[in-house]
Design a protein around this ligand. Structure first.
Ligand SMILES: Cc1cc2nc3c(=O)[nH]c(=O)nc-3n(C[C@H](O)[C@H](O)[C@H](O)COP(=O)(O)O)c2cc1C
Length: 410
């Protein structure tokens, strides 16, 4: 996920800031807000905290906040500093290189790109001092989202209005920063976690999947700009941000949730460990301990992955194979038999795969494959999303096969 530090200064246009935060989050950004003292006259910390889901800061001397994340760490955290609205006063302060409050200090301490969206009365905007400050800021590499012409809060009409949040976000993404979001406009459906197949109201059959790999992939797809829908079995993981989450329990629930949401999906990733078999009978009441032996008859569950890859208009379909033996052989069999675009195979067993923070995988597709050595699942997820995106783009004709930097291992 990309991090945006949103600075809000003391302009009447600050009333648009909560909506700006909402729209940035809807585009997959993580947002932390810093207010100047004057901004607090126009918008509350409470509102911005509620919409950003992060603590809002304004005071450089806040000991508790500094202990959690110092202003230098905050400056480093940002991939981009967006100041919207920016007052005439604040423009002058950054031109001067002042560091007399938290936001000015952050502007000096960050290496991230700074973007300002000035908002002021039209006479102020045309003032020579403001014009000269604007030129200086441009010369220093600060990007300016030009104010618009329109009715102003002072009752006059002219140039100086802050553009609407939607326009600011679009300008930011499409014109100013290459956020490297190659999946913008694409839809990804991903399954994660285990399923639970009930035996009676108390017992169920499940597996050791923790959901960590699927959740990490979902976050990385979101960071790559995709609209993500995660269908998850029961896990202990926190609800992921900025995506649709459907919670399911059984393999049947998962099948239904997937097919209800598969229309228009560009990439389907089946990372869930779906039960291959479920009890034939669900006992309405608890099975009592009586006989020495108890047999539970199982029936095969429908194959979710194959049901998607065999659709008439199938998305780019990525399966997972968790194997204890003959990894490559079984993975390739699954790839071919289920007509998948790609398969991610990993060895499972004690200290491998399931319920671990690290993972090592072999990825195979029609013509080649790639090995990823053991690494944290969060890092691996990033690498896998790059590879899936690359193969997907070649498949749909949005990139050339030569752009691949893949080592052939097949
Ligand atoms: C009601 C009201 C609205 C204001 N709107 C603006 C504005 O849109 N743009 C601006 O540059 N200054 C505006 N100001 C003046 C700033 O709030 C003032 O210059 C302040 O010192 C800015 O502090 P800051 O840059 O640290 O946030 C306004 C002041 C008031 C009282």
């Amino acid at each position: 996920m990309k991090n945006i530090l949103l600075g809000v200064t003391g302009s009447i246009a600050a009333y648009k800031s909560p909506e700006l935060v909402r729209q940035l989050r809807a585009h997959g950004f993580s947002v932390k807000v810093v207010l100047t003292e004057s901004a607090k006259e126009f918008v509350t910390e409470t509102t911005l905290q509620a919409v950003s889901l992060n603590p809002v800061r304004s005071n450089l001397w806040d000991k508790e906040a500094e202990a959690v994340m110092s202003h230098i760490e905050l400056a480093r955290w940002a991939d981009c500093v967006l100041i919207a609205p920016t007052t005439a006063n604040f423009m002058a302060k950054i031109v001067q290189g002042l560091a007399d409050d938290l936001l000015t200090t952050l502007c000096l301490a960050t290496k991230a790109k700074i973007i300002i969206s000035p908002a002021m009365n039209h006479v102020m905007w045309k003032n020579t001092a403001v014009k000269e400050n604007k030129r200086t800021l441009i010369n220093r590499g600060i990007s300016i989202i030009e104010p618009m012409i329109g009715d102003q809060a002072c009752g006059e009409t002219g140039i100086g209005r802050m553009p609407e949040p939607e326009f600011i976000v679009e300008t930011l993404i499409n014109k100013i920063i290459n956020f490297d979001m190659p999946l913008t406009g694409k839809k990804v459906l991903i399954t994660a976690g285990p399923t639970r197949e009930p035996i009676d109201p108390i017992r169920y059959i499940t597996n050791r999947s923790s959901g960590k790999m699927g959740y990490a992939l979902a976050s990385e797809f979101r960071a790559a700009g995709a609209e993500v829908h995660l269908v998850s079995g029961p896990t202990n993981l926190p609800k992921p941000e900025n995506m649709t989450l459907t919670l399911i329990e059984t393999a049947d629930d998962l099948l239904q949730a997937v097919h209800e949401n598969i229309d228009d999906v560009d990439i389907f990733v089946a990372a869930a460990a779906v039960a291959d078999y479920r009890p034939t009978i669900f006992h309405k009441n608890k099975i009592k301990k009586m006989k020495n032996d108890l047999t539970i008859e199982l029936v095969k569950s429908e194959d979710v992955l194959a049901s998607v890859s065999k659709l008439e208009i199938a998305p780019f379909t990525v399966g997972f194979a968790a194997e204890t033996l003959r990894l490559k052989e079984y993975a390739l069999k699954k790839l071919n038999e289920k007509s998948l675009n790609m398969i991610i195979a990993n060895k499972v067993g004690p200290n491998h795969g399931f319920d671990q923070d690290d993972n090592a995988v072999h990825v195979f597709w029609k013509s080649a494959g790639k090995v990823f050595k053991k690494m944290p699942k969060t890092v691996l997820a990033k690498e896998l999303v790059i590879l899936i995106t690359e193969r997907f783009k070649i498949d749909v004709g949005e990139a050339s096969a030569n752009s691949s930097n893949i080592t052939s291992i097949r």
